[in-house]
Design a protein around this ligand. Structure first.
Ligand code: 5U1
Length: 679
């Protein structure tokens, strides 16, 4: 093979690998192999620059920063979407369409292409004879900015379409976005470097794409989904929206895997619900779903009103950010004594619920945002995450706004407040002398992922502590029926149920028990790692720092915390009391099937699990030595299918990979309290 052929072959292979990796979510080769070919191509191009072309995978990052962005005129304007804020508005959209397309047919069902609405930045990409020659932002829909240099740095975008006979012209439109994980990473880095964090992934994506220096954009974790075709020449496209997206995908353009085709508005609304249920687990932010009439002929018949097509609507989720007034700041004391400032807010409807309180994180955050009582603040409530105050509107600051003085003594027990964790966290030094810390320790102990005592919620724990019926977690197992009956609003039935739940909780597992103890820094994963390695509580209690640190994920700080915890006489006494009261767990035999069966196995999770979040499932697997992958491939050993599994389950079926349900999964994790009949 001559040099030109070698270069061409390497380029094609790398393009193919990119396509499988980014578009099909199904890598063909390990990263190391990709890197090896990439370096080989780079070396050849350096030696023989005559074979270097702009569509080479090595040519993503241009070296010259721009002085400004050129304007780009969109030949076909980039449209915007009409919004539907409620179900009835979405129904009205469908009614209008049916009346136009099927007058007289009362129950005609329109076919819709339904898709998540990404919270990113709309762009247009122009491919000429298959090569990416220009990329532009939407701008005002007529004129955008030329961001070609920056778009080229996004690895998932092909610099050349994957087609042997590419069209003369293909303009595609889509949304550039920043995945949630990348956003978190970027913001951690921004903070570390003393730079302002981005408010949300959309701002981060927009800010990253509008960099004059493409090297900065290249360093940002951007991605894209394509959802529409603009100008086309030299190719006959299918006559449905979904068919067109399928063609884009075959050409190497990423299309959102959640896209579906449904009939009728009821099915659209059901789709919205399905996506809403998955929202927290999707790796990218969305702010709603889009319904588009699937037939292109019908789209053409419907036409446009001003800048928006009549054939599409964005059905939005309730806003996740709203403004409200900060009425006061209280300070709460947590289990480890950490003081958290809590904003008391003028009630505001955000993220689908009315929010009265939100966390302000810590004193440093109040200072950083310069938040004062009386200010108008931005409140964000996304998914299950607790509401947060994320910013302040300085323009709206009243003259009498009050600067908040962080307390120097614990507001609950009056002990001194000490500052630790690099000056960020203020902590009550009262330990278990502090009522708040004791209550939180008990609330943690009884919580679902710890001892799981049903019916013993926060309010009841507080009442039991306030009435002097329990002082520490050991006392829970000494509670008597008569004592409970004397409590306000405690009927016989509830008291009986509570005692039964307490009794049931005595049968636990070592990881749960360790987690329940509330040892600083020991979350569920660390508890599992400790239990699986040491296998007995006694071995953990007497482990040396070196032994603890020999475990993955346990560093000197965690090791120190574990040792300090078990050295304290009152902790040992409480553990003794618990065991004496009957708390017990099955032995863990080193090398038994739970710990070895999963080691090195690759899992893919899909659908919603009823007993644990996606992150907890991941942590549990990792703690047992398994790997968790985002996509199904020939290397996958198990696909865990929760409720409403996605396309990953279909793919697993196709590849003949074992799919297990939640109960089977729990069994594999070693959670033996499940009924084996069900497995
Ligand atoms: N998912 C999706 N987002 N989005 C935005 N589809 C979609 N379609 C759009 C826009 C502006 O416009 C179509 C009318 C092409």
């Amino acid at each position: 093979m001559n040099i030109a052929e070698q270069v061409e072959q390497l380029k094609r292979r790398l393009q193919e690998y990119n396509y499988h990796y980014y578009v099909l979510d199904d890598p063909l080769v390990p990263d190391a192999e990709y890197d090896r070919l990439f370096r080989q191509l780079s070396a050849l191009e350096q030696k023989y620059p005559q074979y270097l072309t702009p569509d080479s995978p090595t040519q993503r990052v241009g070296d010259k920063p721009l002085s400004h962005f050129e304007s780009v005129q969109h030949e076909i304007p980039m449209l915007s979407l009409a919004n539907a804020m409620h179900d009835d508005e979405a129904r009205a959209f469908d009614t209008r369409i049916r009346q136009k397309l099927e007058p007289g047919k009362v129950d005609a069902k329109i076919e819709y292409n339904v898709e998540p609405k990404l919270d990113g930045l709309a762009v247009s990409l122009l491919f000429q004879q298959g090569a990416l020659i220009r990329a532009a932002t939407r701008g005002d829909g007529e004129t955008g900015e030329d961001v070609t240099q920056n778009i080229r740095t996004i690895d998932s975008i092909p610099l050349r379409l994957l087609s042997d006979s590419p069209p003369a012209i293909l303009e595609v439109r889509g949304e550039v976005y920043m995945p949630k994980a990348g956003f978190e990473r970027l913001n951690r880095l921004q903070q570390k470097e003393g730079k302002k964090p981005f408010a949300n992934p959309r701002n981060a994506a927009a800010g990253s794409l509008r960099q004059l220096d493409p090297k900065v954009t290249a360093s940002r974790p951007l991605n894209i989904f394509f959802y529409a075709v603009g100008k086309v020449d030299g190719i006959e496209l299918p006559d449905t929206q979904s068919g067109r997206l399928a063609v884009l995908r075959t050409m190497g353009l990423r299309v959102c895997p959640e896209i579906d085709v449904v009939k009728g508005i009821d099915a659209c609304l059901a789709y919205m619900q399905e996506i809403a249920n998955k929202r927290d687990m999707l790796p990218y932010e969305i702010d709603g779903v889009v319904y588009k009439v699937n037939s292109i002929k019908q789209q053409q018949a419907l036409g446009f009103v001003s800048r928006a097509p009549r054939w599409a609507v964005a059905h939005k989720f309730p806003a996740q950010e709203e403004l409200t007034v900060l009425q006061d700041i209280d300070v709460q004391v947590g289990r480890t004594g950490a003081l958290t400032p809590v904003a008391r807010l003028q009630p505001v409807f955000v993220g689908g619920v009315t929010v009265n309180n939100a966390t302000l994180h810590n004193a440093a955050e109040i200072k950083r945002l310069d938040i004062r009582i009386g200010d108008t603040v931005t409140v964000r409530r996304a998914g299950d995450v607790i509401p947060q105050v994320t910013g302040v509107v300085l323009d709206k600051r009243p003259e009498n706004a009050v600067v908040f003085d962080f307390p120097a003594v614990c507001p609950v027990c009056g002990s001194d407040v000490v500052i630790d964790d690099g000056g960020i966290v203020a902590r009550c030094s009262g330990g278990l002398f502090c009522d708040a810390q004791r209550k939180q320790t008990i609330i943690h102990f009884v919580s679902r992922n710890a001892m799981d005592i049903e019916g013993l919620g926060e309010k009841l724990v507080e009442l039991l502590v306030d009435k002097g019926l329990i002082h520490d977690v050991g006392d829970i197992y000494q509670l008597q029926f008569d004592q409970l009956l004397k409590l306000e609003r405690m009927a016989e039935k509830s008291a009986t149920n509570l005692l039964a739940a307490i009794e049931k909780s005595k049968q636990t597992t070592l990881p749960r028990f360790l987690y329940a103890l509330g040892i600083p820094q020991v979350g569920e994963t660390t508890a599992r790692i400790l239990a699986n390695h040491f296998t007995t509580l006694e071995a953990i209690e007497s482990a040396t720092s070196e032994e603890l640190q020999s475990l993955e994920d346990i560093g000197p700080v965690v090791a120190q915390d574990v040792m300090v915890f078990f050295r304290q006489a009152h902790n040992r006494e409480i553990i003794e009391n618990l065991v004496h009261a009957g708390v017990h767990w099955p032995d863990i035999n080193k090398g038994d099937q739970h710990s070895t069966e999963l080691t090195g196995k690759t899992f893919v999770l899909t659908g919603t699990l009823a007993t644990m979040s996606r992150n907890e499932a991941k942590a549990a697997l990792v703690a047992l030595g398994a790997k968790v992958s985002g996509s199904v491939s020939a290397n996958t050993d198990f696909v865990v299918a929760g409720d409403k599994p996605g396309s990953k389950a279909d793919r697993a079926t196709k590849l003949g990979i074992e799919i297990i349900n939640e109960q089977q999964f729990q069994k594999l994790l070693g959670n033996t309290d499940l009924d084996p009949e069900d497995v």
